[in-house]
Design a protein around this ligand. Structure first.
Ligand code: 4FN
Length: 225
């Protein structure tokens, strides 16, 4: 998979150089390119934002730098996403769907957002990561990239694929413990030390189900599809 991220703030994306995603990039399992929208401004001061027609506070990202930036990376197989509070919510099902695309182009808004003509001309889908006010689409883009890359079969090691199954059946994770068995008098549930794999599986399933019913009954109802 290839991902082009269009942003005015390419330096924000340092987190995608770390850990699992960083390693996946180094091993060329995924190609993530940062495209600095400012470099496409034809203005002598590299201006990329302007006042909003009809009035109102704030600035909007201008169409010209965005049109040129998009056209510089767009291929026939590109799926173009604008991270936006107006979008469909990013769910694990959507993540799964996006992980099958060959090329993603992510557009990050800033200020009051982007000119509607960019959306009408190029955007295949608007996606939101949730209902809160943010200063830009950069963090949402990182959330999307992290979740989608984690789902790519080439990136999921054996340790991770098991974890992955857990969310696909829409349950929260059961409580987990590592060594030592007794830490400051805090002990590990006996069943986990029993070596009885059937009993352990039963306990874990029950813990998952109870926790999900209590904290996130919506996950059981919607099945999040
Ligand atoms: N946000 C709301 C209503 C109206 C505006 C905003 C808001 C960043 C460019 C968009 C926000 C949240 C989730 C992108 C929020 C997301 C953004 C996202 C986002 C600057 C314009 C803006 C939802 C609270 C009713 C600013 C709510 N997922 N505007 O945050 O880009 O992707």
């Amino acid at each position: 998979m290839k991902i082009d991220i269009l942003t005015l703030f390419p330096n924000s994306f340092v987190p995608l150089t770390e850990s699992i995603i960083g390693r996946a990039r180094e091993k060329n399992k995924v190609e993530i390119n940062l495209v600095d929208i400012r470099e496409f401004s034809l203005d002598k001061h590299k201006k990329c934002d302007d006042y909003i027609f009809g009035g109102g506070d704030g600035l909007l990202m201008m169409p010209q730098p965005l049109f040129d930036a998009i056209e510089s990376v767009k291929q026939d197989n590109s799926y173009i996403i604008y991270l936006s509070p107006k979008g469909n919510t990013l769910t694990q099902n959507k993540v799964q769907e996006l992980s099958t695309k060959e090329h993603l182009i992510l557009i990050c808004g800033h200020y009051e957002g982007i000119d509607q003509r960019v959306i009408d001309t190029f955007v295949d889908e608007e996606i939101s990561i949730g209902d809160y006010v943010l200063t830009g689409g950069e963090l949402p883009a990182m959330v999307l990239v992290d979740s989608v890359c984690r789902y790519l079969p080439e990136i999921l090691g054996n340790e991770n694929s098991a974890l992955n199954e857990t969310f696909t059946n829409n349950l929260l994770e059961y409580p987990q413990y590592t060594r030592p068995q007794n830490f400051r008098g805090l002990t590990v549930p006996e069943v986990l030390l029993s070596g009885n794999h059937q009993e352990i599986a039963k306990w874990r399933e029950q813990q998952s189900l109870e926790l999900t019913k209590k904290r996130r009954p919506d996950l059981l109802k919607n099945n999040n599809k």
